[in-house]
Design a protein around this ligand. Structure first.
Ligand code: ADP
Ligand code: MG
Length: 538
């Protein structure tokens, strides 16, 4: 049952019952006997019809049919009432208007016009039948009967009909307008809700950080990605001045605002941003935020964590550079080798000549010895720069590490003030790779650590296995490296050690990379260095 069907029934029952009670009270309090029987009849018919409406509403779901039947029933009751109260003389003909208005409001123009037609027919037929004496005049009329003339009959009917139709047209016009307006409002409300949800989703799901800044330079909103990049709770960001968030100093922000207020976008990258204790690279752009009306509403700050990207970029650049340098130096080394062989061969022949003095013989020997040494250096160098094809086999990486450290402990790199502390557990660990090359890496890194501690110190070598990689940490308490030194650590021919070539770390990097691993560096100037080699476990 629709709500207006029910409401209409309830209103009708309440009105009729009130009327009935009033009549009863009057009947028993006023001495003279009023002709009120017709009221009881009307009320009885109304109640009976109400039962019919309920039954209909329970069997026929259509709202308009239910309403139409009720309005029709009301018209019948109204006609009855008008008849009992004197037809043309009845003051109750206005009740038709109530039905016309009800129909116009609930069923719009068609319902209103049909109700007006129904009322006109009911009223017209009734008064005509009464006028021509087909229907007898009711006996109990409370109202004094007047003389009915034909002209009065037609004027009365005409006025009433005009009233019915005018009311129907006006009321249905207004209610249709109301219906359209409320439908439009619904659509707008729906659109607005959808738009808001979309905005919300976009902001919550973009991987970039987003902070909105009020015209007073206070952070007023941060999205989840933003909070994740800054490793902070949103509440720790909101309400704080933008200059406290690490993107701008006070002066930089003043400068940026000047540009923003000219409608420009401010972009920047910071490479030493402190985020929750570690350094990150963050790229960001600030732009003016305007409302739909074009008013300034502050600024938006969009930012991204570029740390990983920068790292990859640096690795790529390094790889490129190493490849180029490697090719070039290998070429030069070859070019030296051929003339060197010719020189050595010629000197060998000269040396065999019998006419040479003792002194000359000795000089020739030096030339030969030195060219041999040079040749060996070149061979070593070539082996480093153009490492031989790696031959992966299963080998014990922990044992290789221990052997390399044994070798170092017995080499001239160590003196009595040096110590090597080993924390190698488990003592045996299988990996697949080129054992000779990996040993070379260990040697290079451990030897650097010794060279970084010319006045003595401890090299701690620790191993650990975690999420799919075997890690070896070489930690020394030597002189450490500056930020710039760390950046250049893997670049070939950069050396700070007295007898260095600057190739050790470059070659190590290449070998580890060819094994699918990584080298990480942590170093503080004057404190020490920790180099971690991570090799994939397969
Ligand atoms: P080389 O040992 O021939 O100088 P490397 O490539 O092995 O070349 O090292 C390059 C440079 O990196 C070194 O000259 C030194 O300045 C720096 N370095 C490497 N390891 C360390 C360390 N453990 N502590 C301090 N500086 C280091
Ligand atoms: Mg070295």
């Amino acid at each position: 049952m629709s709500s207006d069907t029910r409401l209409l029934m309830a209103v009708r029952v309440v009105v009729v019952t009130t009327l009935l009670l009033a009549a009863l009270i009057i009947q028993y309090t006023v001495a003279e006997v009023l002709p009120l029987n017709y009221l009881y009849t009307t009320a009885g018919v109304t109640f009976a019809l109400t039962l019919v409406y309920i039954a209909l509403a329970m069997t026929v779901p259509s709202r308009s049919i239910n309403l139409a039947v009720q309005v029709a029933g009301d018209l019948v009751i109204e006609t009855l009432l008008v008849y009992f109260t004197g037809g043309l003389d009845s003051p109750f003909s206005f009740l038709y208007l109530v039905s016309v208005i009800t129909a116009s409001t609930l069923l719009y123009r068609r319902g209103g016009l049909l109700a007006a037609a129904g009322a006109s027919i009911g009223y017209g037929v009734l008064v005509d039948l009464m006028y021509y004496g087909v229907l007898p005049m009711p006996e109990q009329s409370m109202f004094l009967p007047t003389a009915w003339s034909a002209s009065r009959l037609y004027i009365n009917m005409g006025a009433n009909f005009a009233g019915f139709y005018a009311t129907a047209l006006l009321t249905s016009f207004l209610s249709e307008k109301l219906k359209r307006a409320s439908a439009e409002l619904d659509v707008n409300r729906q659109n607005l809700a959808e738009l808001r949800a979309l905005n919300q989703n976009v902001i919550e799901s973009i991987p970039s950080g987003l902070i909105t800044i009020t015209p007073q330079s206070i952070a007023s909103f941060i999205n989840p990605a933003g909070a994740a990049i800054l490793e902070a709770q949103p509440l720790a960001i909101l309400g704080r001045p933008i200059t406290e968030l690490g993107f701008f100093t006070t002066e930089e922000w003043a400068e940026a605002r000047e540009r923003l207020d000219q409608g420009r976008v401010v972009r920047n990258e910071i490479h030493d941003a402190e985020v929750a204790g570690h350094q990150r690279s963050i790229g960001f752009a600030v732009s003016p935020l305007t409302t739909l009306e074009g008013m300034s509403a502050g600024y938006t700050l969009i930012f991204q964590d570029l740390t990983e990207m920068k790292k990859l970029e640096a690795e790529l650049r390094l790889k490129d550079r190493m490849a180029a340098v490697g090719e070039l130096s290998a070429g030069i080394a070859h070019e030296i080798r051929n003339p060197l062989a010719a020189i050595a061969g010629s000197v060998q022949i000269l040396k065999n000549s019998k006419s040479l003095s003792q002194q000359e013989q000795r000089l020739m020997s030096i030339v030969l010895k030195e060219s041999e040494r040079l040749n060996k250096s070149i061979s070593d160098f070539l082996r480093f720069v153009r490492p031989q094809e790696k031959k992966p086999i299963a080998f014990d990486v922990a044992a290789s590490l221990s052997e390399t450290l044994d070798l170092l402990a017995n080499s001239s790199e160590l003196n009595e003030r040096h110590a090597i502390q080993r924390e190698i557990a488990p003592p045996s660990f299988p990996l697949v790779g080129d054992a000779d090359l990996i040993r070379q890496v260990f040697w290079n890194i451990a030897r650097n650590a010794m060279q970084a501690m010319p006045n003595g110190g401890v090299l701690t070598v620790r191993t650990q296995v975690d999420n799919g990689s075997y890690k070896i940490v070489f930690a020394d308490n030597g002189r450490g490296m500056s930020h710039a030194d760390i950046q250049r650590l893997f670049q070939p021919f950069r050396t700070n050690f007295p007898s260095g070539t600057g190739l050790g770390m470059a070659i190590s990097y290449r070998i580890v990379q060819e094994h699918g691993g990584r080298i990480e560096v942590a170093s503080t100037e004057g404190v020490g260095t920790a180099i971690t080699v991570a090799l994939p476990v397969n």
